[in-house]
Design a protein around this ligand. Structure first.
Ligand SMILES: Cc1cc2nc3c(=O)[nH]c(=O)nc-3n(C[C@H](O)[C@H](O)[C@H](O)COP(=O)(O)OP(=O)(O)OC[C@H]3O[C@@H](n4cnc5c(N)ncnc54)[C@H](O)[C@@H]3O)c2cc1C
Length: 493
């Protein structure tokens, strides 16, 4: 490559120097470099940058296997929401196309040798794992090794909508979300990375009388806990989003302080600050088992050897159940695919994240101008499936063009899927399970991204000796056996 300032990815302003920096940090394969730099996520769909970046990585010393092209995201050609809305979703199968591998076929070189021991081993390089690593370091526990079988952000943390809202239905969730919003607000300046944090608010549209009653009840709770939620008439909602079809809802719940972030740099920020403080983030290293004596785990076994430890944290999101099973612990978590898409960028016109209650539809406009949105499918079976479907495109397009008719002309650029990590009561599973030193940090359904800043801060404090927050007493695994379960039901997506 000639000048290091030369653009490799013109859509996302990624230079050769950015790729060189990523390579120097251990990101050697195209999928990791894409996650680290953002290259290939713009309107050209990677058509120009892929070959240039591959050539640069080979020049820097990557192996041909490591530069295998990253996963092509459908649709292959930008297609308008209006055209997709004309498809009949019921005639389209739930199954997707070819399975999407999480990591390249040839495992890239791990980021570092496997340490022989660590005080704390965290399994999972999603937002929970990297957030906990950072917060442990801040609390003086720096002998931390994080094991990730692929790259940071390979799971749901690299695939979500980035929404952060305080509009919840319990004081606990409101408190956690408000703390995450506070952390999110200062994240860029404190961690030195732009996370595109934007307080555009969340606007929940209530299409039925029953939904209106719910948001009215929630708003009373919100007021008691310092959240500025207001119930709006359809005419008032049009002042927030003039493009809405106001005949489709009876009222709306509006909190101007809710926010949206770009998820990828949030996790990179945590990971790189944790490393700067002494933690080791070891990628492309899969946990395959555990060694234990009595009620304690003594070592974590990986596909690259074993690592002795005092405490293990299972932060594997939708894979937490299978990782816990390796230690003989049965978690009730179920993975559930959720699909999401992004359109071509537009000038800013949409301030809040909008969600239509009852339908699962949500969408927001990113700092880069794209509309990012998803919609859960009530017929989705449980399973670790990250394939994309035409059925989702049709369902989403119908729902969003009904809510905001002017979106019909917008072109869909890419779609992808991730898995929610669902528990029977939609609340997380925290604390020791099965072994005294085997801590769970999972079960965050469709809201783990927004919970991570607050929850990992509290968990690190607790591990460092602070008195346990009530969440570590309420959200234990044994609550299910005790039948002490009060479900959270204000879930979107
Ligand atoms: C489409 C979609 C939209 C969403 N929208 C939002 C939103 O707007 N706001 C919000 O707050 N949340 C949202 N979520 C939910 C949020 O993304 C998750 O709750 C959160 O990212 C979970 O983080 P995690 O660290 O627990 O798991 P993950 O990010 O899934 O990380 C788990 C990691 O563990 C690794 N792993 C698995 N097995 C092993 C092993 N054996 N050894 C080593 N590593 C292993 C995986 O590779 C993975 O990287 C959304 C999720 C999806 C799918």
């Amino acid at each position: 490559m000639g000048s290091s300032k030369a653009f490799l990815c013109a859509c996302e302003d990624v230079t050769a120097e950015d790729v060189q920096r990523a390579f120097a940090r251990g990101y050697r394969d195209l999928e990791s470099v894409k996650r680290y730099t953002g290259m290939g996520t713009g309107p050209c769909q990677g058509k120009t940058c892929l070959a240039l970046a591959a050539r640069e990585l080979l020049r820097l010393g990557a192996t041909p296997g490591e530069v295998a092209p990253f996963t092509v995201r459908p649709p292959l050609h930008p297609t308008s929401l209006g055209a997709l809305a004309s498809l009949d979703p019921e005639a389209l199968p739930l199954e997707g196309g070819a399975p999407v591998p999480l990591a390249p076929a040839v495992t890239p070189r791990p980021s570092m040798p496997l340490p022989a021991r660590a005080k704390v081993v965290i399994i999972g390089g999603g937002i929970m794992g990297v957030g906990l690593a950072y917060n442990l370091c801040r609390r003086g526990i720096t002998d931390v090794v994080l094991l990730e079988r692929a790259y940071v952000n390979a799971g749901a943390s690299g695939r979500n909508g980035g929404g952060v809202r305080a509009q919840w239905t319990t004081p606990t969730m409101i408190r956690l979300a408000r703390r995450s919003l506070e952390i999110g607000e200062h994240f860029a300046s404190e961690m030195g990375i732009n996370v595109w944090f934007r307080r555009g608010g969340y606007l929940f549209l209530a299409p039925t009388r029953e939904h209106v009653e719910r948001i009215e009840k929630n708003a009373v709770l919100h007021a008691r806990h310092g959240v500025r939620t207001r119930i709006l008439t359809p005419a008032e909602a049009l002042e927030v989003v003039p493009q809405l079809d106001s005949s489709r809802f009876l009222a709306a719940s509006w909190n101007p302080d809710d926010a949206v972030v770009f998820p990828w740099p949030f996790a990179w920020g945590y990971a790189s600050r944790a490393e700067a403080l002494g933690a080791k983030v070891v990628t492309f290293t899969r946990v395959t088992g555990f060694e234990s004596t009595g009620k304690r785990i003594t070592a974590v076994v990986t596909d690259r050897g074993r690592i002795a430890c005092e405490t293990v944290v299972n932060a594997c999101g939708a894979w937490s159940r299978e990782v816990a099973a390796l230690a003989g612990v049965k978690l009730p978590n179920e993975p559930e695919r959720h699909e999401i898409l992004v359109t071509e960028p537009q000038k800013p016109w949409l301030q809040p994240l909008v969600s239509v209650l009852g339908s699962g539809l949500y969408f927001s406009q990113s700092g880069r101008g794209e509309i990012v949105g998803g919609l859960g499918d009530p017929d989705e079976p449980s399973g670790l499936d990250t394939r994309s479907t035409l059925r989702f495109l049709a369902r989403f397009s119908r729902a969003i063009t009904a809510a905001v008719p002017i979106t019909a002309g917008l072109q869909v650029m890419r779609q992808w899927a991730g898995c929610y990590d669902v528990t029977p009561d939609n609340n997380p599973i925290l604390g020791a399970a099965g072994h005294d030193n085997f801590l769970q940090l999972s079960g965050f359904v469709g809201h783990g991204f927004m919970m991570a800043p607050a929850v990992t801060e509290l968990m690190a404090g607790w591990m460092a000796g602070d008195p346990p927050d009530e969440i570590f007493q309420r959200f234990t695994l044994d609550r299910f056996a005790r039948g002490d379960v009060k479900g959270e039901d204000f879930i979107i997506g």
